[in-house]
Design a protein around this ligand. Structure first.
Ligand SMILES: *[C@@H]1O[C@H](CO)[C@@H](O)[C@H](O)[C@H]1NC(C)=O
Ligand SMILES: *[C@@H]1O[C@H](CO)[C@@H](O)[C@H](O)[C@H]1NC(C)=O
Length: 987
């Protein structure tokens, strides 16, 4: 028989390497985006210097390729010629300097090429030959000192050319190289070294945006028609440029001219050019003391008497009076006063003549306070829609601060130091849609803080110091959809905190100090709530038995519970996720969860995206069937979860699974047959898994080489944990077949040897053999008996599991009665018998398994203790696993059935097993009752663990007893409990 099997094995081994059909694939340096249908590839963080080696194994279907943050220094000839469908190529590397003239051969479809942030100092004239489809070329942040005139010759479809932050010193050459492009609209040459704009050729007529700021222009030196078609022109940061350099220039098409930090005088400029003054950005022109003059000038030049955009950033303005803008044409759309030195804007009295204004920006100034505007007579800005006061030093917002702008829709007060927001600060803003108060120092928001904001859609209060959300704080925000309270210090949410929020869909409470999840509170939002973010709070459970907090949130789509501080959620209550039948994504990262109950995820029928990265401690035992209901799950992240085996029993139900991250887990093998059964699997990431390079994984290795279905990402990076200096993808599988040969040889050899020796020995040593045989048999029998004895002979008779609150009863009553008093049971008590320094869980496991029985002293305290529930759980596992009668319950006080019924497992134990009620003081004859109690307890402790066959059959029957009977029985128990008489129910 044995020989036959060997022969077959050898045959299979010889034929197999050829006949294996492979279903997975992987790339040495790249990862395919699993949802991109073989078109998007990221090749990042590689040490490879040669771009062609990085992309060598990519398929011709690749369209979008990102080679970034690699050590790439060279792109050799034809590196991408096998990727003819490439449309986007991003090469974003620090050391790239060397591009072969043929590097981009064949990329006829390429539209976007990004070569930014490299060290390119030379481009061969034919580098971009034949790249006729390119529309966007980005070469910013390189070291190009010059361009060859013909380098862009074939790029006739180019629309945008970004050359900022190079070392270019000839404008003329750039103009010549782009002159033929008929579609070029954007040319960025900022931050180069252009000394002048001298040029021979003309800019393409299509060019609309030209950026020339931060060069070394001392003068312009261009022909007067250079900019005649340009709409957006930036010449800022040239200290030496003055108005006379612009003399006669055709700026007739300009719609936006930026001359920040130049010596241009606006009046002179308007005199010497045909610039339309309302199209100028007046920032950075030192206009602080000449605003009145500017206005007069504008009034003279602006024929329509209206300016849409008035941009006055960085002019050192520190004071605005009613007279300042009095002479200006009327501002109709935006006034931007950011980056000045304003200490106050009053009630916008300086805009008395500009009541049409819609948007005002006063960011990055020195404002400290927004004052009350109730008494500002008739001054009102009914058209004002948006105000931004970001980046100031506002500490106080007074009541009625926006009384004069009642129709605001957007208000940005974020990034200040607002500590006092008056109850009436936002009074009257009935049309406000978006309010940003984030990044301030608010500690309190009141019932009337947001009273008038009936139209508010988004309220951002992130990163303040709010500690309590009082009742009815948001009661009038019926239209609010997004409430962001993240990054505060909220430790308390009053029961009516969210009342009135009848449209809320997204609630962010991350990074606060919440300790518990209040199911009733969130339940009030059940009609609308879709996103609930509770990341990084202080939520922690110490018991498996808590009311499920999300039962009512049947519309919730996204729930984030990651990273609870300081050390994770710890114990995940049973049924925790009950009710979340619409949930699509769940985040549980970084939570040190002790273990997942077998039905934890049962209710999540719609879940598509599950993140469990780093959510447990140590090696996780995911129970078989734990994911049984997640039939819609597509994306599973389980990095560093301590998974030992990616097994069918646990993951087999996830039939829709497409993307799985198993990085940093501890499985040594993957079952390739099982992987094939996951029909939708597209992506499996096994980075940093210790896959063994032994014969166990030969199938898997074959599975990883070439074509089709599943991308096994990072497989080429896997080293063999068991064979130094070898890689998983090509470890030597011949060894496995070699083993069989050796085995084959060895067995044949020994058989023939024995056949020769036995007759010889039989003749010579018959009697000696017989004697030795009997000696051996008696020795073996003795050993066997000892083993059996040891098995029964546990270290302790009982491990006593109790809560520290009940310690007094255990030490004063239980221990003396069982250890002394004529009886001599050996009890294991945690304070006495646990090994110091050993992990508490280990200690409990050891105690349960080295004691014949586990004696649980059940009280209210016990039911709420984390360790005790672990103990009872372990004991019941042992009981179910080994079918041993190990669990004994003592009820120290009557526990109402209502409370018990939550303790599912316990109930099952109760119906089937032994349990004793301690007769308390209120019992009619405590002494007698207690005597009986001790008798029964001792008998139960002495009873054997091993149930007889009869008993087992009996218990099976009972398990199947109809629900009614079970309830009846329970009822009976409770009736008995009422009588408060001791009783002893033996199955
Ligand atoms: C993926 O590509 C294949 C062929 O290349 C095509 O048949 C299929 O429809 C594509 N799937 C998606 C989702 O684009
Ligand atoms: C390249 O693109 C063309 C047109 O989009 C398509 O027909 C062809 O199949 C693609 N080639 C590969 C290898 O995917």
């Amino acid at each position: 028989m044995e020989k036959h099997r060997l022969n077959i094995l050898v045959l299979v081994a010889i034929l197999n390497p050829l006949s294996h059909f492979s279903l997975s694939y992987s790339f040495r340096n790249c990862v395919e985006n699993p949802t991109s249908n073989h078109t998007r590839f990221d090749c990042m963080y590689r040490y490879e210097q040669n771009a062609s080696a990085i992309v060598a194994d990519l398929p011709p279907s690749a369209k979008v390729l990102n080679i970034s943050v690699c050590a790439v220094s060279t792109i050799p000839s034809g590196s991408f010629s096998h990727l003819p469908n490439l449309t986007v190529l991003r090469l974003h590397n620090k050391n790239l300097s060397n591009i072969d003239k043929d590097a981009f051969r064949n990329l006829f479809q390429l539209q976007i090429m990004n070569l930014s942030s490299n060290r390119i100092s030379y481009l061969h004239p034919s580098t971009f030959n034949n790249l006729h489809s390119i529309t966007n070329l980005l070469i910013q942040d390189n070291l190009l000192p010059s361009l060859s005139q013909a380098v862009f010759a074939d790029l006739e479809n180019l629309e945008s050319l970004i050359l900022r932050r190079n070392l270019l010193s000839s404008f003329s050459v750039v103009v010549e190289s782009v002159a033929h492009m008929s579609k070029l609209t954007t040319l960025d040459l900022s931050f180069n070294r252009l000394p002048s704009l001298h040029h021979k050729a003309r800019l393409p007529p299509s060019l609309q945006r030209l950026y020339l700021g931060n060069n070394r222009l001392k003068t312009l030196g261009c022909k007067t028609d250079l900019f005649s078609r340009v709409k957006v022109l930036d010449l800022s940061y040239h200290k030496n440029l003055s108005s006379k350099d612009f003399r006669g220039l055709d700026l007739g098409s300009i719609t936006y001219l930026r001359l920040r930090s130049t010596s241009v005088n606006v009046g002179e400029l308007l005199n010497v050019t045909n610039l339309t003054p309302q199209h100028m950005d007046f920032s950075g022109l030192g206009l602080n003391n000449s605003l009145v003059k500017l206005c007069k000038l504008l009034r003279k030049h602006v024929k329509t008497h209206a300016i849409r955009k008035m941009i006055l950033q960085s002019n050192g303005i520190h004071n605005l009076s009613k007279a300042t803008f009095h002479n200006c044409p009327s501002f109709t759309n935006i006034l931007d006063l950011s980056q000045n030195e304003l200490k106050t804007t009053g009630c916008l009295q300086f805009l008395r003549d500009h009541q049409q204004l819609q948007i005002i920006k006063v960011e990055h100034n020195h404002l400290t306070k927004l004052e009350s505007c109730k008494r500002t007579d008739d001054l009102s800005f009914p058209h004002m829609k948006e105000m931004s006061y970001r980046y100031n030093r506002i500490l106080l917002v007074s009541g009625f601060a926006f009384y004069h702008t009642p129709n605001l829709t957007n208000l940005e007060l974020n990034i200040n130091i607002i500590a006092y927001l008056d109850h009436k600060a936002l009074h009257g803003l009935r049309n406000l849609k978006n309010l940003r108060l984030d990044n301030n120092l608010l500690t309190d928001v009141y019932e009337d803080s947001f009273e008038d904001l009936h139209s508010l859609n988004t309220l951002n209060l992130r990163n303040n110091r709010i500690a309590v959300i009082f009742n009815r704080t948001f009661h009038s925000l019926q239209k609010l959809e997004i409430l962001d309270l993240g990054g505060n210090k909220i430790s308390q949410l009053m029961p009516e905190a969210f009342s009135g929020l009848s449209s809320l869909t997204k609630l962010y409470l991350d990074r606060n100090c919440l300790k518990k999840i209040d199911g009733d509170l969130f339940g009030k939002l059940h009609n609308t709530l879709q996103v609930l973010d509770l990341e990084a709070n202080n939520i922690r459970y110490s018991s498996m038995f808590e009311n499920p907090p999300f039962v009512k949130l049947t519309k919730l789509l996204d729930l984030k519970l990651s990273g609870q501080l300081p050390r994770g959620i710890a114990m995940l209550p049973l049924d925790f996720f009950r009710g979340l039948s619409s949930l699509r994504s769940l985040w549980l990262t970084n939570n040190h969860i002790a273990f997942f109950g077998w039905n934890t995820f049962d209710d999540l029928l719609s879940l598509e995206f599950l993140v469990l990265d780093n959510s447990c401690v140590g090696v996780t035992q995911l129970k078989p069937g734990i994911f049984k209901n997640l039939r819609k799950l597509k994306h599973l992240r389980a990095k560093n979860l301590g998974i030992r085996s990616f097994s069918r029993e646990v993951f087999g139900n996830l039939t829709r699974l497409e993307v799985v991250y198993l990085n940093h887990n501890v499985m040594q093998t993957l079952n390739s047959t099982f992987l094939e059964e996951l029909l939708n699997l597209k992506y499996l990431d096994v980075e940093k898994c210790p896959l063994s390079c032994g014969c166990l994984n030969t199938d898997l290795q074959n599975w990883t080489n070439s074509t089709q279905k599943v991308q096994l990402a990072h497989i080429y990076d896997l080293k063999c944990p068991d064979l130094p200096n070898s890689d998983f993808h090509d470890f030597d599988t011949k060894v496995c077949y070699l083993h069989i040969e050796i085995y084959f040889f060895a067995s044949t050899y020994s058989v023939s040897l024995l056949l020769t020796l036995i007759p010889l020995l039989y003749v010579k040593l018959y009697w000696k053999f017989k004697y030795s045989y009997y000696v051996f048999r008696s020795w073996f029998g003795e050993q066997w008996r000892r083993v059996r004895e040891q098995e029964e002979d546990c270290e302790y008779d009982a491990f006593v599991s109790y809560n520290s609150e009940d310690e007094k009863w255990v030490l004063d009553t239980l221990v003396p009665n069982l250890e002394g008093n004529g009886s001599s049971f050996r009890l294991c008590l945690h304070h006495r018998d646990f090994e110091l320094g050993r992990d508490i869980v280990d200690n409990i496991v050891k105690a349960v398994y080295s004691s014949r029985k586990t004696l649980c002293v059940v009280s209210q305290h016990y039911l709420h203790s984390e360790w005790c529930s672990l103990e009872i759980q372990l004991a019941s596992y042992r009981m179910f696993d080994e079918l041993r009668d190990v669990l004994l319950l003592i009820f120290l006080e009557p526990i109402p059935e209502r409370q018990l019924s939550a303790y599912h497992r316990m109930r099952r134990v109760m119906l089937k097993k032994t349990y004793l009620q301690w007769p308390g003081r209120d019992c009619s004859d405590p002494t007698k009752a207690q005597e009986l109690f001790w008798k029964k307890l001792k008998r139960a402790l002495r009873s054997s663990n091993n149930r007889s066959r009869e008993e087992e059959e009996g218990s099976k029957e009972r398990e199947e007893e109809p629900q009614e009977r079970a309830e009846e029985r329970e009822h009976f128990i409770n009736e008995r409990q009422k009588d408060d008489e001791p009783y002893y129910l033996m199955p």
